[in-house]
Every structure is written in C-alpha cells, then in structure tokens.
Design a protein around this ligand. Structure first.
Ligand code: HEC
Length: 131
C-alpha cells in the first residue's frame, strides 16, 4: 500500500484519465491475479467476471465481462481511481484518489486503497475483456 505522499498526479479529461499513473503501463496477468484477490482488491465482492467460480461472482454491480469493448482504457482508469467523481452515490470504493468527503475504512485512512502500479495492472487486464 502506497503512502499518501507517493500518489502520482493525474489529469482528468472528460470522464477519462488518458495517461497511465506514474507513466507506466501495467501487466494484464498481474491484474487478473489481483482482481481475484477478494480480500485486497474487493472487486469480485460486487462484480462478476467473464470466467471464474460462480460463487466468487458478485451481483451488486455490472458484470465486467466485455468492459474492454464498452469503455476505453482511459475511462476504465478513471473509474478505478475515483468512481465517485462520476457518481457521488456509488458504492464502489475510491481506489486511488485522496480527497475530502469520501469514506474509507480506518486501516486505509490517508492511504490509497491500491498503489499506482496495481491500478495499472487492473487497467491492463480489464482492457483485454472484449465482447
Ligand atoms: C462495493 C462494490 C464494488 C466494488 C468493491 C468494486 N466495484 Fe466497480 N462498480 C460498482 C458499481 C455499483 C458500479 C456501477 C457504477 C456506479 O456505481 O455508478 C461499478 C462500476 C465499475 C466499472 C464501470 C463499469 C461499467 O460498465 O461502466 C468498472 C470498470 C469497475 N467498476 C471496476 C471495478 C474494479 C476493477 C474493482 C476492484 C478493484 C471494483 N470495480 C470494485 C461497485 C463496486
């Protein structure tokens, strides 16, 4: 988990963040592994993925199957970094942005939930999920 001062700056363009955090693209295989880590990334508590055991597939959020066809890389990046920027009522955690007014578990106070490299691994994996 990265410390607050290690947060890489990013620029939001409409509903996307076009450039990779810290200027480094991620690794899709590592992103796939991380998405399956229920305790850390939490993604599958809410989302279904195109493959994987049925009991690990969340139903609180849209399925991520085909997400790489529906959204651009930059749009996916913004959603992982800060979904509440698009929907302040979203139950999806704000994974990277640090700003006032959103709730995080106390263990995560003052820290992004995932580091820049981890966000980029997830982006690299999600763009491969084509329909
Ligand atoms: C607590 C539930 C929850 C968790 C955990 C969660 N999400 Fe979400 N996510 C949502 C909801 C609900 C939406 C629908 C958008 C909204 O809330 O406005 C969403 C939307 C998205 C979208 C956009 C989907 C679309 O079709 O537009 C992506 C991409 C996404 N989530 C990826 C992830 C990834 C990757 C993780 C793990 C790092 C994750 N989410 C964790 C609830 C969650």
């Amino acid at each position: 988990m990265a410390a607050a001062q290690e947060l890489a700056p990013y620029v939001v363009t409409e509903d996307a963040i076009l450039k990779p955090l810290a200027g480094r693209r991620g690794d899709a295989a590592r992103g796939q592994a991380l998405i399956g880590e229920r305790q850390r990334s939490l993604c599958i508590l809410c989302h279904a993925l195109p493959s994987g055991a049925a009991q690990l597939q969340g139903t609180l959020a849209p399925s991520l199957a085909g997400i790489g066809s529906r959204l651009s890389e930059g749009q996916i990046r913004l959603r992982l970094i800060d979904m509440k920027r698009l929907n302040p009522e979203s139950i999806m955690p704000t994974y990277y942005a640090l700003r006032d007014g959103f709730r995080v578990a106390s263990a995560w106070q003052g820290k992004p939930v995932l580091g820049a490299a981890e966000i980029e691994h997830l982006v690299a994996y999600l763009v491969t999920l084509k329909e």
